[in-house]
Design a protein around this ligand. Structure first.
Ligand code: 5GP
Length: 176
């Protein structure tokens, strides 16, 4: 375990198993639709890669970068990289590492609906329900977690720890 991690919450094996379950449900729901999986950079990349292995449909991928977390505090949303494609009439599944206040996803979801997407749903690896400030829920959710600062499997602190093959709680002394 990394020296800055206090506790491992979910191992690689557990996350893979969860992705299998989520993938099966997503396949059922989208088997007759053209699905675009939209990863929110950068944190969703490992989860999107793992999850999509179990979505055995002709999906396409796109990416957006609207992340605003540069430390422990949340900031205002800005689009750093927009989608490459026109989403008009398409079924979009937003893929996120963690849903916290809901600000990021509610902003992005509203934007894609405004652009004419046929549907916009959310799959998140982790859900911090206690942190919610905006009225938004994920249709597909891996794990509900308490209000602690977690890293790994795509989640960073100051761009570090994204490569950890597990999700763990960061030691407080690393960000205090
Ligand atoms: P929201 O807009 O829902 O408040 O925040 C979503 C974003 O905040 C996530 O994509 C992630 O970048 C960041 N975030 C929220 N909680 C955590 C956390 O516990 N750890 C890390 N590393 N990022 C978090």
């Amino acid at each position: 375990m990394h020296k800055d991690v206090k506790e491992i919450l979910y191992t690689q094996e557990e996350i893979t198993q969860k992705c299998k379950e989520l993938g099966k449900t997503i396949m059922n729901d989208y088997h007759d639709k053209d699905l675009v999986m939209v990863g929110l950079l950068k944190g969703s990349v490992p989860f999107l890669a793992e999850l999509s292995k179990f979505v055995n449909l002709d999906v396409t991928f796109d990416y957006m970068d609207v992340s605003s977390y540069e430390g422990v505090e949340s900031r205002t949303i800005t689009i750093k990289k927009d989608l490459d494609q026109d989403v008009n009439g398409k079924h979009i599944l937003l893929v996120e590492d963690i849903l916290d206040t809901g600000k990021t996803l509610s902003t992005v979801r509203a934007m894609l609906i405004e652009r004419g997407a046929a549907s916009v749903e959310i799959v998140t690896m982790l859900d911090k329900k206690e942190g919610r400030e905006f009225p938004i829920e994920a249709k597909y959710s891996g794990y509900e977690i308490p209000n602690a600062f977690v890293v790994g499997f795509g989640l960073d602190f100051n761009e570090k720890y994204r490569n950890l093959p597990y999700v763990g709680i960061l030691k407080e002394e690393c960000y205090q």
